[in-house]
Write a protein that binds this ligand. Structure first.
Ligand SMILES: Nc1ncnc2c1ncn2[C@@H]1O[C@H](COP(=O)(O)OP(=O)(O)OP(=O)(O)O)[C@@H](O)[C@H]1O
Length: 163
């Protein structure tokens, strides 16, 4: 039989495992939290920052079945209601509405130019699969450590995005 073994105190960023083991995070969401709550609390400010030129990363980490795909919103069906959409579709919409606002607010001679591109990859057993290329599922890209100490994926295609 399965039972819930964690508790969350409203307003406190801790998860209590069992009765006595507490873990503290920046934000903690209880079982009834909805997708918009997670986006507004954890991601919205990162996208606002990215629109101002800062780098941002959202990473889903957890054991199998813990809700990474659901929360990131990469497994959604076309008919998924907006309330159930996860982070990625929300972030993409947010990026394009941010671009539209900036274009309207800042009148720059010659206009502002924005370029948005995406890569979508799966890392499995230390190999990369391009999820934007369903026709070449078997094609594997290698992860390289470059001389400057960075990690890169050689030749993984980038898809330009339009609103
Ligand atoms: N917050 C949630 N509300 C409702 N259903 C959820 C929630 N989180 C996850 N689920 C459901 O639980 C199941 C497992 O979630 P999900 O596929 O997102 O896990 P995962 O961490 O991506 O697993 P894996 O690592 O195996 O890919 C799915 O059916 C998903 O719809």
């Amino acid at each position: 039989m399965c039972r819930i073994c964690t508790t969350v105190t409203p307003g406190e960023p801790h998860v209590i495992l069992g009765t006595d083991k507490a873990f503290t995070f920046d934000y903690v969401f209880d079982i009834n939290a909805a997708q918009p709550d997670v986006y507004v609390k954890c991601v919205e400010k990162l996208v606002e920052g990215a629109l101002k030129g800062y780098n941002a990363t959202v990473l889903a980490y957890g054991q199998t079945g813990s809700g990474k795909t659901y929360t990131m919103g990469t497994g959604f069906e076309r008919e998924t209601s907006e309330n159930l959409e996860g982070i990625i579709p929300r972030a993409v919409r947010h990026i394009f509405s941010g671009i539209e606002n900036m274009t309207n607010e800042l009148s720059v001679p010659g206009g502002l130019q924005f370029s948005v591109a995406a890569q979508f990859m799966e890392l499995y057993n230390e190999e990369i699969i391009d999820l934007l290329d369903p026709y070449h599922k078997g094609k594997v890209f290698k992860i390289h450590e470059d001389p400057a100490g960075g990690i890169s994926v050689a030749a993984l295609p980038t898809l330009p995005l339009c609103p």
